[in-house]
Design a protein around this ligand. Structure first.
Ligand code: URP
Ligand code: ZN
Ligand code: ZN
Ligand code: ZN
Length: 483
């Protein structure tokens, strides 16, 4: 059975034009004028865009003594409701656990996924087993490896481990990723704050100033350059980190920065709300920043020095957040956003004139597919691409509210915000998952998307080969003394 999307305007990362889209067997089979099909979806007044890809989610993740509350069912349902048709989640081995073991655990979580998904693999410790299993992980279609420079005593790796893993990524043609915050400094600042009686959620922000992010981003960029590997910096939240990424890119290094919709639209004043729950619900790492840092992130998206917008969706209920009452270091870190990323970015980016529609498509979908090497299967409106599409109605609006969201948690960090620009239809491989606000997702419809490795492209500017190759130096013996 064919489906045709009629009367819409196609918006891609580089083109805007009127055409119909024909779908058969989950893929786009024709684009042009006057197409017909068995099922007709009317896109009058709408934009037909590649479905969003969220490159950064944590679904049902064991973390800080609990599990993030949205699983692959509710998380992907939330994604589709907001126009996102693929998520990339982090398989997270416990320190000492094998990568293949962790990967199997993650695959086992996905049976009820409503939309397509892929994985990054986290490197949380180092050893021969990890070195060896990284190759198998790449062979199984997971070609990006995430490293935490924060969460000391849990997930954090040191610089020795980082350099070993980055070098291995370079050899395998994989992408290195980093959560860039200096975990040693965060741990020390946290201890000092607690000792001084600062136990509330606002102290979480004090313990992670922009400098800890700037330092770690600079360090990761330099180590990636020495290893000769491209680097993706997750949740870039401040000018200090953005500045390092911008400079690296100007030097020709393959470095990408990923601001989150939360950091773009919410600021540090959230932590000074007198309601403990309100503030704790917004505890995430890095924390929300001042308006000046927000302006830097928007400027980065406009100029191209920052490449993608994600959510880092890691949702905890109020009850879970309350584990940290009396000690902010025990508040589970993370916020939700999967359902709201696209409407919030449209409202605060496109509708305000900060981003063009084409830039919106680039940062929510196409750039991500290219960086993660699943383009044009994903992130494209092209014949042969998967029919992961959103028919976007710029006139449709709503007030964001926990009461009507798909996420399983009991609040929403964007509560009360008005968004204008929402899906009329969301299609997951041709299957209509959202129709005029009605969510018709199908559990288990989501497939794993494997991604190919590609040769490391940072080597051109790296001193890697020169550093490790023997370079005998001819010296003319010991100079005479007394010169
Ligand atoms: O606070 C956050 N970001 N929680 C999720 C884990 C991570 O650091 O990405
Ligand atoms: Zn070694
Ligand atoms: Zn992180
Ligand atoms: Zn994360």
């Amino acid at each position: 059975m064919t489906t045709v999307i009629k009367n819409g305007t196609i918006v891609t990362a580089d083109l805007t034009y009127k055409a119909d889209v024909l779908i058969l067997g989950g893929v786009i089979t024709a684009i042009g004028a006057g197409l017909s099909g068995d099922k007709v979806l009317d896109a009058s007044g709408c934009y037909v865009m590649p479905g969003g890809i969220d490159p950064h989610t944590h679904l049902e993740m064991p973390f800080m003594g609990t599990y993030s509350s949205d699983d692959f069912e509710s998380g992907t349902r939330a994604a589709l409701a907001g126009g996102t048709t693929m998520v990339v989640d982090f398989a997270l081995p416990a320190p000492g656990q094998g990568l293949l073991d962790a990967l199997q655990m993650w695959h086992n979580k996905t049976g009820r996924a409503n939309c397509d998904f892929s994985f990054h693999m986290a490197i949380t410790w180092w050893g021969e087993q990890v070195f060896n299993e990284m190759k198998t992980v790449v062979d199984q279609g997971i070609t990006s490896f995430k490293h935490f420079l924060a969460y000391k005593g849990a997930l954090m790796v040191n610089d020795d481990e980082l350099f070993h893993s980055f070098s291995r990524c370079a050899d395998l043609g994989a992408l290195a990723m980093v959560h860039a915050e200096n975990g040693d400094v965060v741990a020390e600042l946290s201890a000092r704050l607690l000792a001084a009686g600062n136990t509330g959620p606002e102290a979480h922000a004090y313990s992670r100033p922009p400098q800890v992010e700037g330092e770690a981003t600079n360090r990761a960029i330099m180590i990636a350059d020495m290893a000769g590997v491209p680097l993706y910096v997750v949740h870039t939240s401040c000018e200090d980190s953005h500045e390092a990424i911008r400079r690296a890119r100007m030097q020709g290094k393959r470095v990408w920065g990923e601001p989150l919709i939360q950091h773009l639209t919410l600021d540090e004043s959230e932590y000074f709300n007198p309601d403990w729950d309100h503030a704790a619900r917004r505890v995430m790492s890095p924390p929300f920043r001042s308006k000046q840092h927000q302006d830097s992130l928007w400027a980065g998206l406009q100029s191209g020095s920052l490449s993608v917008v994600a959510t880092d969706h890691c949702a905890f209920t109020t009850a879970q957040k309350r584990f940290g009452m009396g000690d902010f270091t025990k508040i589970p870190n993370g916020t939700g956003g999967l359902e709201d990323r696209m409407p919030m970015l449209w409202t605060h980016g496109v509708a305000t004139g900060r981003l063009t529609m084409n830039e919106f498509v680039a940062v929510t979908s196409t750039n991500i597919a290219k960086i993660l090497n699943c383009y044009p299967k994903k992130g494209a409106v092209l014949v042969g691409a998967d029919a992961d599409l959103v028919v976007w109605d710029p006139a449709k609006s709503k007030v964001i509210s926990a009461g009507s969201q798909q996420s399983s948690i009991d609040y929403n960090v964007f509560e009360g915000k008005v968004v204008k620009g929402l899906p009329r239809y969301t299609l997951s491989r041709g299957q209509v998952a959202v129709e005029d606000g009605e969510v018709k997702t199908r559990e288990g419809h989501g497939h794993f998307v494997g991604r190919e490795a590609r040769p490391a492209v940072n080597r051109a500017l790296s001193a890697w080969k020169e550093l490790t190759a023997p370079r005998p130096v001819q010296r003319g013996g010991i100079p005479a003394s007394g010169v």
